[in-house]
Design a protein around this ligand. Structure first.
Ligand SMILES: [Mn+2]
Length: 201
């Protein structure tokens, strides 16, 4: 592929300002400042384990709740991924991963399909209401995945198979998604053109 698989986007609303740059053919280097510390931790892990270079500066109304800033950052990340993927020629398209973090185990499957779809299962009862780090509700994991999946045009399945510690569960989920995405976006030298019988993704 001759075109660089990069994108930069800025998005400002009354609730947040997001400034984000991405390189899908990076080494996993990142500089992440979303003003939501646990989300910084998750996006740093996502960059590292998907071999995506990622720079994010987000500010928002986190004095109200982290919700708007996390959602808007995930929207812009999804939009940037979609733009950077370009016409998707030569990509592997599919990826899957099974990632542990101590007692937690998460599975992710990604299809760079152009059709947004998220199937998200397996988080233990009460996870969505737990405050991780004192500021990040477990519910935000699914919300971030929804925003990213829909705006990137990905089919994503994430299933939590085991886990007790909310920090471990969330981190295993983000790392599994990262590893699956790493495979799916990878350029496969055996793939000629766009890997779809329709001829478009
Ligand atoms: Mn951690």
């Amino acid at each position: 592929m001759s075109t660089a698989r990069t994108a930069s986007r800025t998005r400002t609303t009354s609730e947040s300002t997001i400034d984000l740059s991405i390189n899908l053919d990076g080494t996993g280097e990142s500089s992440i400042s979303t003003s939501v510390p646990f989300f910084d931790h998750m996006l740093t892990a996502f960059a590292k384990h998907s071999l995506t270079d990622l720079t994010v500066v987000s500010t928002g109304d986190t004095h109200i709740d982290v919700h708007h800033t996390v959602e808007d950052t995930a929207i812009v990340l999804g939009q940037a991924i979609r733009e950077a993927l370009g016409d998707k020629a030569g990509i592997s398209r599919y990826g899957d991963a099974l990632v542990p973090l101590d007692e937690a185990l998460a599975q992710a499957v990604v299809d760079i399909s152009g059709r947004p779809y998220l199937v998200h299962t397996g988080e233990p009862a009460g996870f969505e209401m737990h405050l991780i780090g004192g500021h990040f509700t477990g519910s935000m994991v699914r919300h971030a995945f929804e925003a990213l999946t829909f705006h990137a045009g990905l089919t994503v399945h994430v299933n939590v198979l085991a886990g007790r510690d909310p920090h471990h569960i969330a981190e295993a989920e983000f790392k599994a998604l990262a590893r699956a995405f790493r495979q799916a976006k990878a350029l496969d030298p055996l793939v000629v053109g766009i890997p779809s019988t329709k001829g478009a993704l």
